[in-house]
Design a protein around this ligand. Sequence first.
Ligand code: MG
Length: 391
Amino acid sequence: MSQMKTLTAGLAAGLAASTLFAGLYGDTPDAKHAWSVHDANRPNPAKITAEPGQPPSDAVVLFDGTSLDNWTSTKPGEPTKWKLADGALESVKGAGYIRTKQEFGDCQLHIEWAAPANVQGVGQGRGNSGVFLMGSYEIQVLDSYETATLPDGKNLNPNYADGQASSVYAENPPLVNACRKPGEWQTYDIVFHQPVWENGKLKYPGSVTVLHNGVLTQDHWEMEGMTTHCRRRPLAPHAAKLPLQLQDHGNPVRFRNIWIREIPSRYANTTHGGPAANEADVMALRKATAAKLFEAVNPGDANKAAALGRILEVVSYDKADAYMNVVGSLRDAYLKELAACDAQKLKDRKGEIIGVRNACNVLIRNKVLPEECTLRAALQRIITEHKLEKK
Ligand code: MG
């Protein structure tokens, strides 16, 4: 914080607290980052409410125990024949898959399910359903409470690992078996990013993270394909948004408390940038921020340090010639003003002078301004000559 304190202390007199060169504190924006480190210009996240056991305020509630209005059959034109029973949504044998009427892409999904209390069958025939993200990627729903082989060598519920509850079906088993007993309610909390295609080529395979009853079972698993049985079916492009589906596998599996939140793709996240950010989007946001900040730059400002600070902040986002020209004219005006100050006046303004010098240092360190920056050199000469900085 020390540099920020120095920067702000000297300039506070001339500037509102909220505009203290926020973009000139940490490392400046670059090709992958639209904001500087600790950038106070960066928008704060939207405020939501998240009460225990309740859907977050920005979630789309898909099932709250009262109606099937948000769901329909995957068979065109047919209403769902799944049952609403005791506040739960129950799969009905032969009724077919159901899907949401609304379509979703990247998402956070919360869903609760229970295998039948009086569970019947073994393996894939035992409390089987499934959560099909975008109708294409199945997180298995299955009674997998008993999987161990008994000491006598018998296994009451033989199964394959990549088909257990919480598996990415036919691809990846869960990290652990966190299954509760048949009849008991269980939770899935799923974070899903769909594959990203660019010009027909796979840019990113997408990923799925699953917490089963609060336990991590899929750790950012990058999808290898689209769900099918027995085969490895490669990924293929599809629409950006598709319905969420639940599987009818012939067993009366129940669901409740289903909500979903749409989340941004890392590749479309222009709010923050990051390793996967699209560089053109990042630059567009940097330019927009610079243009907005430039509106507050007044080249005729009586407080020349303040005006100079503002334009230096602008160029930390965008070094466009038009902005750099204003840097040049404000630099000249500021240095002319300082040249007319006597020793005492310079001492009185030491915080401000050191603040502008420090802003130059940040920009030089980040190669926004050249190493041989004349403004920094001139200010440093004044600081050294008049011993403005404690050593
Ligand atoms: Mg299934």
